[in-house]
Ligand binder design. Structure first.
Ligand SMILES: NC(=O)c1ccc[n+]([C@@H]2O[C@H](COP(=O)([O-])OP(=O)(O)OC[C@H]3O[C@@H](n4cnc5c(N)ncnc54)[C@H](OP(=O)(O)O)[C@@H]3O)[C@@H](O)[C@H]2O)c1
Length: 168
């Protein structure tokens, strides 16, 4: 069975996802959910997002997209176009038995995959910070299939909702 292509993102009310190549909020609840959704699965991300994290996340094979053929990082698989990244994700999932290939951002990657992904797990963050990276418009291709809203926990800067989408 082919692995599903799954977008995971935390998105502010104004669709901002980051600024100056970093996250703009502290939301421990969302980090826990990100870990639960992604552990054991290949993570595809843009080179800028990888560099903002700095290291591969443990327990997940990172696949980093870059057009720079000299770029490398220990423990990371490098892809030079989206198809190659998806192929590497599929091969990794087949070897490890993972059900999903995760698209972990940033804006560039979300824009390239929102038209082909099989599922989205969006954390709606109840903030509208100034930023320079945006999640694309969630168009009519998608329907909301689940929503859970939460007040800010002790280590969260804002209230948030976990919202799942599937294609119509
Ligand atoms: N809130 C969230 O859930 C979330 C999640 C992830 C990231 N973010 C935020 O998003 C921001 C970064 O997003 P971004 O759009 O600036 O950058 P990005 O998507 O992380 O990375 C863009 C880079 O990826 C490479 N790339 C993209 N598409 C490619 C393709 N088809 N073929 C080859 N290489 C490709 C290019 O790297 P080269 O320039 O090396 O060629 C490009 O410059 C940061 O602020 C980060 O904190 C937020």
């Amino acid at each position: 069975m082919n692995a599903a292509l799954v977008i995971v993102a935390a998105v502010a009310r104004n669709r901002v996802i980051g600024g100056d190549n970093r996250l703009l909020w502290r939301l421990s609840s969302d980090l826990r959910r990100f870990k639960a959704l992604t552990l054991g699965k290949p993570l595809i991300m843009g080179r800028k997002t990888f560099e903002s994290i700095g290291e591969p996340l443990p327990g997940r094979q990172s696949i980093v997209l870059t057009r720079d053929h000299t770029w490398s990082h220990p423990g990371v698989l490098v892809a030079h176009d989206l198809l190659q990244a998806l192929d590497l994700g599929g091969e990794t999932a087949a070897v490890t038995g993972a059900s999903d290939i995760i698209i972990a951002g940033g804006a560039d990657l979300y824009a390239q995959t929102i038209g082909i992904a099989d599922r989205m797990h969006i954390t709606e963050v109840d903030l509208s910070p100034p930023g320079d990276s945006f999640f694309p418009e969630i168009g009519p291709r998608w329907k909301e299939v689940a929503r859970e809203s939460f007040p800010a926990g002790p280590q969260d800067e804002a209230a948030f909702a976990f919202v799942d989408y599937e294609p119509n």
